[in-house]
Design a binder for this molecule. Structure first.
Ligand code: SF4
Length: 229
């Protein structure tokens, strides 16, 4: 539909579709939470190591990437083994590690964009000098205890407000197709519009399709409780 709008007679042919080559740097798949649709999370993978980081940087350079997408599970340093690895590698906490990876990306000419789930205002202020932008999906203003038992809309909204107060250019969005009503979708978009009207920091809104996951790598035996929800 987008290409039709751009290229058909009478469309927006004077406004070509552009894109940026990017490479994803997973700082860790480990996550304390257990969203039912997640095919990303693991329990005991640990952090991206320096050798793999350098491989990814070389790969990005060879492929002509301009953007580095740095991602992780949510609040990974709520996990004891991650805190232990950070300490062993000389990082005070996960944000210092994320800033280190972002700085290496910046050194080779990549623009680092980070998405680490919900963060506090002080955490966002710490990473802001190192990242070009950050992001976190709202998903919905309605909690879904079946699909995402630990993820709370109030916490996501608080994270979006924190990003606005910290003046961090931000990407967010909603999840569609998980059984939500039309009014729930509209309420979620309205919530994003409202927070943006106060801070002007939302640069991009994603409409992400829900895909049922049949390979969830959940291990509930290792569940812990991160400090934010
Ligand atoms: S917060 Fe949920 S969706 Fe995000 S990595 Fe953890 S389990 Fe997956």
């Amino acid at each position: 539909m987008l290409l039709k709008a751009v290229y058909e007679p009478g469309g927006n042919a004077d406004r070509p579709v552009t894109y940026t080559r990017s490479l994803t740097f997973v700082l860790t798949h480990d996550c304390p939470w257990h969203c039912g649709y997640c095919g990303f999370r693991t329990d005991q993978e640990g952090l991206l190591n320096e050798a793999r980081l350098e491989e990814l940087l070389a790969e990005a350079e060879a492929g002509g990437a301009k953007e580095a997408l740095l991602i992780s599970g949510e609040r990974p340093d709520s996990l004891p083994h991650i805190r232990r690895e950070l300490h062993e590698r000389g990082f005070a906490d996960f944000w210092e590690f994320a800033n280190h990876v972002a700085d290496r990306c910046g050194e080779v000419g990549l623009f680092p964009h980070g998405n680490f789930g919900r963060m506090t205002e002080s955490e966002l202020l710490r990473v802001r000098p190192h990242f070009i932008s950050m992001g976190m999906m709202l998903e919905s203003v309605n909690d879904n205890l079946r699909l995402a038992p630990e993820k709370k809309a109030a916490g996501r909204m608080a994270g979006l407000e924190a990003a606005g107060r910290a003046k961090v250019p931000f990407t967010s969005g909603i999840l569609v197709g998980w059984g939500e009503s039309q009014s729930s979708r509209l309420d979620s978009l309205a919530a994003l519009a409202e927070v943006h009207s106060r801070h002007g920091h939302l640069q991009e809104i994603l409409i992400q399709r829900y895909v049922p996951n049949r390979t969830n790598r959940t291990n509930r035996a290792n569940r812990t409780n991160p400090s934010l929800s």
